[in-house]
Ligand binder design. Structure first.
Ligand code: KIV
Ligand code: NA
Length: 256
């Protein structure tokens, strides 16, 4: 049985932490699911796997292609598809069409959209009315890199209030969860207390209801990772070593 968006809200009430990671392919989806990850985000950080500098170039076609692969590997975790830049901002109709494809074609169980602007909140409400579970994402929103950069958000009293208001508005619109990215821990803690729906933090301290990391950061596969990421294993080194060992054995007539 797959985990549902509703279940995650219950887990918050029970004080059970939510473990989330990103996946962009079948192998990763299968491994994360087997290791007991609760929520798998097919993030538009897919940009990293595709060699893009930012998340902006990622298309809905690319997201769906990769989400389908993840879908084939996952049995238990809730799969959330990250709607990429300009696949939902144009109109509610565009968002509905994109989210519909995420569920109908890719087999995702929910979508995530960035921002807490009133227009975004309206989009969330309309998607939820159509039966599509939506995850919000506020704080540092990488699709707005040309406006915000990649720096921490919510540092002035005005910004703190803005983020609190956005979180409340997204909850009211029916979002089942909200990603809080790169904001001060105490602000994340206050938002977490204020909301009934779970907050999933990334660079937002330990008081969130769950945590998410980009899997390539956790595994030491990214060329660079944000300051708040933790590298649990350096697979870049392990891969380089394995490939060098193989190359040496082939060249020295030792393998096969
Ligand atoms: O695209 C992504 O991987 C994300 C997470 C970092 C939350 O949005
Ligand atoms: Na993203």
């Amino acid at each position: 049985m797959s985990i549902t968006a509703r279940q995650l809200i219950q887990w918050k009430q029970q004080g059970r932490k939510i473990v989330a990671l990103t996946a962009w392919d079948y192998i990763t989806g299968r491994l994360l699911d087997a290791a007991g990850v609760d929520l798998i985000l097919v993030g538009d950080t897919l940009a990293i796997a595709l060699g893009y500098e930012t998340t902006l170039p990622v298309t809905l076609e690319e997201m769906i292609h990769h989400a389908k692969a993840v879908r084939r590997g996952v049995k238990r975790a809730l799969i959330v598809l990250d709607l990429p830049f300009l696949s939902y901002q144009e109109s509610v109709q565009q968002a509905m069409h994109s989210a519909g494809r995420a569920l109908k074609e890719a087999g995702a169980q929910a979508v995530k959209i960035e921002g807490g602007h009133p227009a975004t909140v309206e989009t969330v409400a309309r998607l939820v009315q159509a039966g599509i579970p939506v995850m919000g994402h506020i704080g540092l929103t990488p699709q707005s890199i040309h406006q915000l950069g990649l720096k921490q958000q919510g540092k002035t009293p005005t910004d703190e209030q803005k983020l609190m208001d956005e979180a409340i508005a997204l909850e009211k619109a029916g979002a089942f969860s909200i990603v809080l990215e790169h904001i001060p821990s105490d602000l994340a803690a206050r938002i977490t207390q204020e909301l009934t729906i779970p907050t999933i933090g990334i660079g937002a301290g330990s008081e969130c209801d769950g945590q998410v990391l980009v899997t390539s950061d956790l595994l030491g596969l990214s060329e660079r990772q944000p300051p708040f990421a933790k590298v649990y294993v350096n697979l870049s080194e392990a891969i380089a070593q394995a490939v060098q060992d193989y190359a040496a054995e082939v060249r020295e007539h030792k393998f096969p």
